[in-house]
Design a protein around this ligand. Structure first.
Ligand SMILES: Nc1ncnc2c1ncn2[C@@H]1O[C@H](COP(=O)(O)OP(=O)(O)OP(=O)(O)O)[C@@H](O)[C@H]1O
Length: 287
């Protein structure tokens, strides 16, 4: 499992992490979400031993990732946000190199490459150069490198960016399988429905700290959604409500609102609503 406490990191006058605490248990998928600049990538880089924190600790499967990064990395599968593959080498060659670095040898390595290629839908392009693949296939190849040695902890930084719906489904399925097999998965994304599909809990990062942690329902319940009423003359009426269905029931019995009504839409609370609510709370606490 993954256990981070009090992580702090400054770049000059910028505070990237301000005392981040996060635990991801075995078999759990945690969606790490937050606006651009919230500190997600810095957290990923520190956990992978690519950057040192100013203070705080990270443990991966019980190994101190700050003091013993090489030992900790053996238990970690990392898919970074930016592609880090050899473009002129084939998918098979790339996977073989990464599997070898993770300690796999000979038959076990060949079997792992085939298994992971199948799971990520890359079996048909194993012998093609990575640089000649589509953007979605390249991202799949990047994620595949993280899965090869069946690590205890998976750190996936926006793995489905640029993926088509079919690829996305295949990737989500393989992540879910790994969690079911006991991996602790930390998954950063800007796309909330994906976390619903994964059955992930959420950790909301803001200004370098986890400011909310829980299931989507726990975090979004009680936030206002919207009822959108569209009229034949092109006008629209928006009704903000914590219970848009009840607002709809009330609206349809009101002749003033139903005359000329042509479309009805219900918008559930979104991540942005959550960020706004949490910002308001933070201002409240500060005031
Ligand atoms: N190498 C660096 N040098 C200077 N500042 C940095 C560096 N890396 C990150 N930062 C700053 O630290 C803060 C956190 O950045 P980080 O990349 O961790 O955010 P993020 O949540 O991953 O954002 P995004 O969603 O855009 O990927 C930002 O203000 C960023 O500008």
């Amino acid at each position: 499992m993954l256990h981070a406490t009090g992580l702090t990191k400054r770049y000059g006058s910028t505070t990237a992490l301000a005392g981040l605490d996060l635990t991801v248990g075995a078999g759990e998928i945690v969606g790490l979400i937050g606006h651009n600049g919230a500190g997600k990538t810095t957290f990923v880089e520190i956990t992978a031993g690519l950057t040192r924190p100013d203070a705080g600790t990270v443990q991966i499967a019980g190994v101190d990732a700050v003091r013993r990064p090489a030992a900790a990395r053996r238990h970690l599968g990392l898919a970074p946000q930016h592609l880090a593959l050899y473009p002129s080498a084939t998918v098979r060659q790339n996977l073989t190199v990464f599997g070898g670095l993770a300690g796999l040898r000979r038959r076990a390595l060949r079997a792992a490459v085939d298994d992971v290629a199948t799971a990520t839908g890359l079996a048909g392009v194993l012998d093609r150069a990575v640089g000649l693949l589509s953007g979605g296939q390249q991202r799949r190849a990047q994620t595949a490198t993280a899965l090869l040695h069946r690590p205890a902890v998976l750190l996936l930084d926006e793995p489905t960016v640029g993926a088509d719906p079919q690829t996305r489904q295949a990737m989500l399925a393989v992540v879910r399988q790994r969690a079911d097999a006991g991996a602790a998965v930390c998954y950063t994304t800007h796309y909330l429905p994906e976390l619903d599909e994964l059955g992930a809990t959420l950790a909301v990062l803001r200004a370098g700290r986890v400011i909310a942690r829980g299931s989507r329902d726990e975090l979004l319940t009680g936030l206002p959604g919207e009822l959108l009423l569209g009229y034949a003359d092109g006008t629209e009426r928006r009704i903000s409500s914590t219970d848009p269905r009840a607002a709809l029931a009330a609206a349809v019995t009101d002749p003033a609102r139903t005359a000329g009504l042509s479309t009805v839409d219900i918008r559930r609370p979104s991540l942005d609503d959550l960020y706004h609510a949490l910002s308001r709370e933070a201002h409240h606490v500060a005031a």
